[in-house]
Write a protein that binds this ligand. Structure first.
Ligand code: DON
Length: 310
């Protein structure tokens, strides 16, 4: 097993001498396929490793909905009275290192691909024990490593992002959710427990996903109660939502999201005058449903997560 880069392979001497022109031509013909194009940031606004903000400064421009608030240029924002972001030229080139395991371990297993996105910052767990105790818990430090400060072994959260980015609206009126001492951040976390008419636990559900959590959770409940889907079907069903601006439809993830035609839905909604955006909607739902046959669980393949029980 070894590794090389195309620069080394094409240079004179060294290990590159081992690569014949024929072999090098074959290597150049290799096509790399990914499971899906990463063309936006994940929910929770994590940058993809393959398309980041880059090193080179490009411009400072007005904040647009969907921009990562971590890129806000606070000096310009303070001077202009409304938010501006600093934009860096994105990396367009990708250094790829291929490491091939030629040992026999590759011959075991199903050979299936794992579409899981490892995500961090917010988690949801649903638990129901044999005595009927139920827990639906969403927990967050907002993003990987919170605000990056650790105190006595605890990472501090970064929940300032749950306040309004601007203290006033465009008319100068103070925004209720502005940053002020003594306030709690406005959270979208919606850990939910649904009870039946007799007060018995019926469904436990919840998700990470920032301000989209409310939609993900509500949709999972509707999918089960109104449309009769089981927990896994309810999770796999493509997401849609609107946070008082564009209507967002989920880009399909092959092998993960269920049936649905975003293009058709988009055309129908746009024909009725709705502005529509099709994008990845990375929920992380964890659901338990109590049925006559027993407990049924569902975990969201859009992130990591699993169903377990005994
Ligand atoms: O409390 C909230 O609503 C947010 N701090 C949650 C952040 C979150 O879910 C990020 N994860 N994807």
């Amino acid at each position: 097993m070894g590794w090389f880069s195309s620069t080394e392979a094409s240079s004179e001497g060294g290990d590159a001498a081992a690569l014949s022109p024929e072999l090098f031509a074959k290597i150049k013909a290799i096509q790399i396929r990914t499971q899906r194009v990463v063309n936006d940031v994940f929910a929770g606004e994590y940058e993809s490793a393959f398309k980041g903000r880059g090193m080179e400064f490009e411009e400072v421009r007005e904040y647009r909905p969907g921009d990562d608030i971590r890129h806000i240029d606070w000096k310009v924002t303070a001077r202009m009275g409304h938010p501006f972001v600093k934009v860096h030229r994105e990396e367009r080139e990708l250094t790829v290192m291929l490491v091939v395991d030629v040992s026999s371990s590759g011959a075991f297993g199903t050979g299936g691909t794992d579409p899981t996105i490892k995500s961090s910052g917010t988690s949801h767990v649903s638990i129901l024990d044999r005595d009927g105790n139920a827990l639906s818990m969403t927990t967050t430090i907002e993003s990987s490593f919170g605000n990056g400060v650790m105190v006595r072994g605890f990472l501090l959260n970064n929940e300032l992002t749950d306040f309004s980015f601007s203290p006033t609206d465009s008319d100068g009126n103070p925004v209720a959710n502005r940053v002020e001492a003594g306030k709690r951040p406005r959270s979208s976390m919606s850990p939910s427990i649904v009870f039946d008419d007799g007060g018995k636990v019926e469904i436990l559900t919840g998700s990470p996903g920032g301000s989209r959590i409310i939609g993900y959770t509500a949709q999972s409940i509707m999918n089960m109660i109104d449309f009769g889907l089981d927990p896994q079907e309810a999770i796999n069903s493509p997401h849609y939502g609107n946070r008082n601006s564009n209507t967002e439809l989920e880009t399909a993830i092959p092998g993960v999201t269920g049936p649905g035609d975003a293009a058709d839905l988009q055309a129908g909604l746009e024909a009725r005058g709705h502005p529509v955006v099709v994008r990845s909607l990375t929920s992380g739902l964890s659901i338990i449903q109590v049925t006559k046959e027993g407990l049924v669980g569902g975990a969201d393949k859009r992130r990591d997560g699993a169903v377990g029980g005994r």
